[in-house]
Design a protein around this ligand. Structure first.
Ligand code: GMT
Length: 373
C-alpha cells in the first residue's frame, strides 16, 4: 500500500510515533511518503520504501503568518496525485486533519478518491483543541475523517467530552520496539554522569508547562537528601530557562545534568534507574513507555492515559498531580528496597511488551485495508 503520513517533524511524541510507524510499515513492504516542513528527527538515514516530501513555506511579505495549512493541503494534493497514494494518515488534528479534508475535497473534484485517517495524540484535544477558537474546525474534521484513532482510552473519552462528535474512535495505543532482556548497564558510560554508589533519575520531555518540570526538580531535591543521586534532564523547551535558574537557586547544579535534545532517548534511559513524569496531563506518556521498555520503573502522576501505561506498585508508582512529597517518598522507598526495585525493573520490561510494535502495527494496517478495499 502507498501511505502518506503527515506529522510534526519535531521531538514531540506525536512526531516520534508517526515516524516510527512509517519506518515499521516501510519495513513490512509498504511505500511510505512523509509530508511535513522539515526532516523528521527520528527518520535517520536512507531507508528503502521511504520518501520525504518537504512542505516549503515561502516568506511572502504580505503575510504576517504564512498559511501553512493551505500550503500543506496543496502539497498533499500533489503527492497523492503524482505518487498515486492509497491513503493519508495524519497525526495531530491541528491543522493536519483540516488540511487533509481540504486535500480530499480538491482531489475528489478531480475524480481521485483518497481516504484519510486522523490520529489524535493529546494536546490537540486536551489543551490546544479545547480552545474555543479551534473547536468547530476540530469537531468538523473528526466527523469528516474516514477513521479516527486515539492513543489511549483516556484521550478517546476526553474527545467525546470536549467535541461535538459521536463517531467511532478506535484506541490504537502508542508502541515501542520491546526488549526480551534487561539491558546491561554500561558502567563506563554511567560513570560520566554519576559515581557507582549514586542512583540516576531521569526526565525527558519538551519542557512545556504541562510537563511540570519544576516538580521533577522538587522530587529530586527531596530524594537527594536521603539517597546519593543525580538527575538527568533530556530535552528542551520553554520552561528550561526557569528550571536552570531554580536549579542554581536551590544549589543543585552539581547534581543536575541538562543534556539537551537527544534524538534517541534509549541511551539516556539505559543509564537511568528511575524515570519521573509528574505531568499535569498526558494522553499516553510515550516517554514513560520508552523507559519501561528498557526496564526503568516510572514514578508519575496518575493523570490522563498514564495509568494505562504505568501500573501502580507493579511498574512504578502514581500520585495525584503536584503531590511531590508522595512522589519523592515513592522513589526513596523503591531505592531502599533492592529486591522490589529489581522486581519493578522486570515488570517494566514485561509491561512494555503489551505495547510492542508487533501488536500495534496490525491495528493500523487493519484500518488502512478496511478503507482502501
Ligand atoms: O508530549 C507532548 O507535549 C508532545 C505531544 C505531541 O503531540 O507531540 O505528545 C502527546 O502525544 C504523545 C504521543 O501520542 C503522547 O505520548 C503524549 O502523552 C501527548 N502529550 C500530552 O498529552 C501532553
Amino acid at each position: 500500500m502507498k501511505i502518506g503520513i503527515v506529522l510534526y517533524p519535531t521531538f514531540g511524541g506525536s512526531g516520534v510515533v508517526a515516524t516510527e510507524l512509517g519506518k515499521a510499515l516501510a519495513k513490512k513492504g509498504h511505500e511510505i511518503h512523509f509530508i511535513t516542513y522539515s526532516q523528521p528527527v527520528r527518520l535517520g538515514s536512507f531507508r528503502e520504501n521511504i520518501y520525504y516530501h518537504e512542505v516549503a513555506i515561502s516568506d511572502y511579505p504580505l503575510f504576517d503568518h504564512q498559511p501553512y495549512e493551505t500550503i500543506l493541503a496543496s502539497k498533499m494534493v500533489d503527492v497523492v496525485k503524482y505518487e498515486n497514494l492509497d491513503i493519508l494518515h495524519v497525526h495531530y488534528a491541528i491543522p493536519h486533519a483540516s488540511a487533509a479534508y481540504m486535500a480530499r475535497q480538491i482531489l475528489a473534484s478531480q475524480g481521485i478518491n483518497i481516504p484519510f485517517v486522523t490520529t489524535l495524540h493529546g494536546t490537540d484535544i486536551t489543551l490546544v483543541g479545547k480552545d474555543p477558537s479551534f473547536e468547530p474546525v476540530i469537531s468538523f474534521c473528526i466527523n469528516q475523517s474516514d477513521a479516527v484513532t486515539a492513543v489511549s482510552e483516556s484521550l478517546k473519552n476526553d474527545t467525546y467530552t470536549h467535541f461535538h462528535t459521536t463517531r467511532e474512535i478506535k484506541v490504537v495505543p502508542n508502541f515501542i520496539a520491546s526488549n526480551d532482556f534487561l539491558p546491561e548497564k554500561s558502567l563506563e558510560k554511567r560513570r560520566r554522569y554519576a559515581s557507582d554508589d549514586e542512583r540516576i533519575l531521569c526526565h525527558i520531555s519538551n519542557f512545556r508547562k504541562v510537563k511540570r518540570v519544576e516538580d521533577v526538580l522538587m522530587i529530586f531535591a527531596k530524594v537527594a537528601e536521603k539517597i546519593p543521586s543525580k538527575l538527568i534532564f533530556a530535552g528542551d523547551g520553554p520552561e528550561r530557562y526557569n528550571l536552570e535558574r531554580l536549579c542554581r537557586e536551590m544549589n543543585l547544579c552539581q547534581k543536575v545534568i541538562f543534556i539537551g535534545k537527544v534524538s534517541d532517548t534509549t541511551h539516556v534511559l539505559e543509564l537511568s534507574d528511575l524515570f519521573l513524569l509528574p505531568s499535569e496531563t498526558e494522553s499516553f506518556g510515550l516517554a514513560a513507555l520508552e523507559a519501561l521498555a528498557v526496564g526503568v520503573p516510572v514514578v508519575s502522576s496518575n493523570t490522563g492515559g498514564i495509568p494505562e501505561v504505568n501500573l501502580q506498585n507493579i511498574t512504578g508508582f502514581l500520585s495525584d498531580v503536584g503531590n511531590v512529597d508522595e512522589m519523592a517518598e515513592n522513589c526513596i522507598k523503591l531505592f531502599q528496597d533492592e529486591s522490589k526495585f529489581q522486581e519493578f525493573r522486570v515488570n517494566a520490561l514485561n509491561r512494555a511488551k503489551a505495547f510492542s510494535l508487533e501488536k500495534v502495527l496490525p491495528m493500523y494496517e487493519e484500518i488502512y485495508f478496511s478503507l482502501v478495499n
